[in-house]
Design a protein around this ligand. Sequence first.
Ligand SMILES: Cc1cc2nc3c(=O)[nH]c(=O)nc-3n(C[C@H](O)[C@H](O)[C@H](O)COP(=O)(O)O)c2cc1C
Length: 188
Amino acid sequence: MITVDDLREHPLDQVHRLMEPGPVILVTTQQHGIPNVMTNGFNMMIRHVPPLIGCTIGPWDYSYSALRETGECVISIPDRELAVAVVDIGNCSGQDVDKFQEFDLTPVAAQQVQAPLIAECFANIECRVVDTTLVGTYDLFVLEAVRAWTDPSHPRLRMLHHRGDGTFTCDGDAIDLKDRMHKWQYLL
Ligand SMILES: Cc1cc2nc3c(=O)[nH]c(=O)nc-3n(C[C@H](O)[C@H](O)[C@H](O)COP(=O)(O)O)c2cc1C
């Protein structure tokens, strides 16, 4: 029988490398008419309807104050073709750099929020902050998706997932188990 003696202890400060958060996303904000974008790996869906998304954005990010002040953002979902830019966007701050210009991103006017969509991303979700209760403790913003867009000319390719150590996996083959989801057909 296997015991923990047969296993290797994993450092607690690296548990995030075992747990898969949501995909790596870009979060756009707009403050005083100036758009900005940051990279985010710590995010998750919270609820189907209304669609709620949890997103950890720390006070070290310039985007944090924009999000607090405006209460609005766009979640833009890149595919692997943008991987290098996605990392570089997370290595600099909108306080110093116009990241839309620096990374050749095309801003597209959103409908419900001031923050722009990103044309190069295959999906964009306009969001409003609906709960800041956990921001003080965990930098965790609860966002409600108020509008969502996909680009038919830019099919969903392969989303990026951060393994927490600077390496990334990309979505691979899909496994279709819809028929086995008996209890959850209404969600499919
Ligand atoms: C792969 C990757 C994932 C990241 N995930 C997060 C995250 O989940 N939350 C966060 O606050 N910062 C995260 N960052 C760091 C921000 O993207 C970074 O601080 C960025 O410079 C903030 O930009 P801003 O100052 O223009 O807001 C991540 C960076 C990278 C490269």
